[in-house]
Design a protein. Sequence first.
Length: 294
Amino acid sequence: MKLWHYALIVFLGGCSYGVLSTFVKLAYAAGFTVSAVTGGQYLFGVVLAWLAVLFTQKKRLTRIQGVKLVLSGIPFFGLTGIFYYQALQTLNASLAIVFLFQFVWIGALLEWAFHKKKPSGKKLVSIALLLLGSVLAADILYQQSITLSWQGSLWGMLAATSFSTFIFLSSSVGKEIPSILKSALLSTGGALTVFIVFPPTFLFDLDVLTGILPYGLALGIFGSLLPPLLYSIGMPHVGSGLGTILTSSELPVVVIMSAFVLGEAIGWPQWLGVIIILSGIAYSNIRFTSPSSS
């Protein structure tokens, strides 16, 4: 596969995360709690991932390899969601998204610190475009009241840092392991963390379990199965710095799904933000078709 193929795979992983908010809102509207929705996502995601492993993989892992991957799943799957939910307790949803979006520069910083890859001028321009686009797409400038607290800001930055850490680990841990198996182990690490914070009590209520099934399956596919699988395939080839930029496709998909599926009113600044974010992603990937790219 060519490098731009791997870039597209990571881009689609970000798009998968963008689909989640629509199904979460639909589940909440149906009367399900945060615990049931979150638990359903990770439970069904892990089950689907291991079913895929059962029918496709025969490779054996060492205990150390397995433990490393399970632990690597904790930063995003477990911690990012928990930190983000905490941020939403004291921040507007749009402001919380902007804080989470700081992962685009944190990822470049991690790559610089650990892999000694200094961000290029092109990458810095892309990051600036993404941050500008996130402010517009989140519609933060045109809201009459914005709630800002140091606690919410701290939780938001922790969410961004944990997400960046997950992307970084996806590009560097377990490169020799088949992608579907790696995805299942990463999902398992996240599920264990989430179940500690949100005990899966819905498993013992048949009505809740059957009711959450369609939402849990959708959330499990787009939130716990596809992203780690796609990142496991693409991240080792594109690197965590560019990977975080590609993953920013999440926010444009959130806006598009909100407009066309949920029927929410989306203003022109938000559409402008979507265009700027997609432009930043495209600009960062010009190097894949450049003759001098390495």
